[in-house]
Design a protein around this ligand. Sequence first.
Ligand SMILES: Nc1ncnc2c1ncn2[C@@H]1O[C@H](COP(=O)(O)OP(=O)(O)O)[C@@H](O)[C@H]1O
Ligand SMILES: [Mg+2]
Length: 197
Amino acid sequence: MIVTVASFKGGVGKTTTALHLAAYFQHQADTLLVDGDLNRSALEWASRGELPFKVVDEKQAVKFARAYEHIVIDTPARPVPDELKTIASGCDLLVLPTSPDALALGATLQMVDALKRLSTHYKILLTLIPPPPNKTGDEARKAIASNSLPIFKTGIRRLAVFQKAALEGVPVNQVKNDSYAKIAWRCYFEVGKEILP
Ligand SMILES: Nc1ncnc2c1ncn2[C@@H]1O[C@H](COP(=O)(O)OP(=O)(O)O)[C@@H](O)[C@H]1O
Ligand SMILES: [Mg+2]
């Protein structure tokens, strides 16, 4: 299974999503996370601590890919049309994380529009959903549904423990002494199940 995570906008949880999907897949079979973003956020995450799966850059990917059952690819923000074509064609599923704010949603709809011409299998993932009584998460879901676009049933809540995990260099289920770690992991676990039960 090759899953690519992409978005036109930065800061929408792309790297966080790629990393936690890799953590989910690793429970099933050996998984490789390819850091295709020149910011190298995933590789830095790995260097700060320890991740339960291998992380390589896109140049090393070719060499390593063969040895892994599942591959998750993190990509740079704002891909140009040609890049988008390459990104979209090389995977089984394209995951499009988007925060529920208007800017990010707009960028996602723009990407979906570009993807239509490429007949790619994609699914939108709502991320950074603020806690109630804030309703932007629900509103964003409705907006996506009203456009009849595919979206994961599970959304990712906005929880500070995700930032803690990045600092500690671990997936969120390995953050100690934080009661939100389990809740946060459950979000990505459920998304993982929607991809590969
Ligand atoms: N669900 C979340 N809750 C809280 N903070 C998050 C969440 N997802 C990501 N973040 C934080 O938001 C910032 C951007 O996330 P990141 O995954 O690096 O996005 P991108 O790769 O799209 O730029 C980071 O500081 C990250 O720790
Ligand atoms: Mg990133």
